[in-house]
Design a protein around this ligand. Structure first.
Ligand code: HEC
Length: 178
């Protein structure tokens, strides 16, 4: 029975009880109180349960797509799209910190410390290049970003995961040419 229905029933029973006290009713009220307590406890437990965290590998696939799309946008001098893709990439990086800040792969270092230190300077160089509509600066900052990605892979004993400039678009159904 939903909590509201139980509370209404309890109120009705209490009203009835005040008119004609009766052992049966008192018993029902006690049972209802017990049910309300149990429901409140279950609700509190449900509120404490958090959504399951995203896996690091899954979050990396997301980063890979953002990284590739950013290149396509910048190379086509589609600066608005590039700005958007960089913001999404930055958000995806923040999500990695939020959900996998203590990832085993980086231990004894904390991913939550290492990631911002390695990635944020590269992100801000890209932001400047995009703001200035500067293709050359964009390309150089982009290589810096890729090197930072690969750098973390090395620290995490995944040095075989080398990130580079994409040669072909992953998905070409998002128009990159402005
Ligand atoms: C804080 C360290 C760190 C940073 C920064 C980082 N990675 Fe990773 N990445 C990892 C780790 C650790 C793995 C291995 C994950 C696993 O075991 O599933 C990984 C795996 C990957 C994979 C392989 C995923 C797969 O399942 O095939 C790709 C692709 C990837 N990263 C892309 C990137 C890109 C692109 C960037 C930069 C924009 C980046 N990573 C930045 C730590 C990092």
């Amino acid at each position: 029975m939903p909590l509201r229905a139980i509370l209404i029933a309890a109120a009705l029973l209490l009203a009835a009880c005040s008119r004609a006290p009766d052992a049966g009713v008192a018993q029902q009220i006690t049972e209802l109180h017990a049910q309300v307590d149990a429901l409140q406890k279950a609700q509190a437990q449900a509120a404490q349960m958090q959504a399951p965290k995203a896996e690091l590998g899954q979050q990396m696939l997301n980063l890979q797509i953002r990284h590739a799309r950013l290149w396509a946008a910048g190379e086509n001098q589609n600066w608005l799209l590039a700005q958007f893709q960089l913001a999404e990439l930055n958000e995806a990086l923040d999500d990695v910190v939020a959900e996998n800040g203590d990832a085993a792969a980086l231990q004894p270092q904390r991913l939550a410390d290492v990631l911002p230190m390695m990635m944020k300077p590269a992100v801000s160089r890209l932001r400047d290049a995009i703001d200035n509509h500067d293709t050359q600066a964009f390309e150089s900052a982009y290589d810096g970003l890729s090197a930072a990605c690969s750098g973390c892979h090395r620290i995490a004993d995944h040095g075989f995961l080398v990130i580079q400039r994409p040669k072909t678009p992953v998905l070409d159904n998002l128009k990159a040419v402005p």
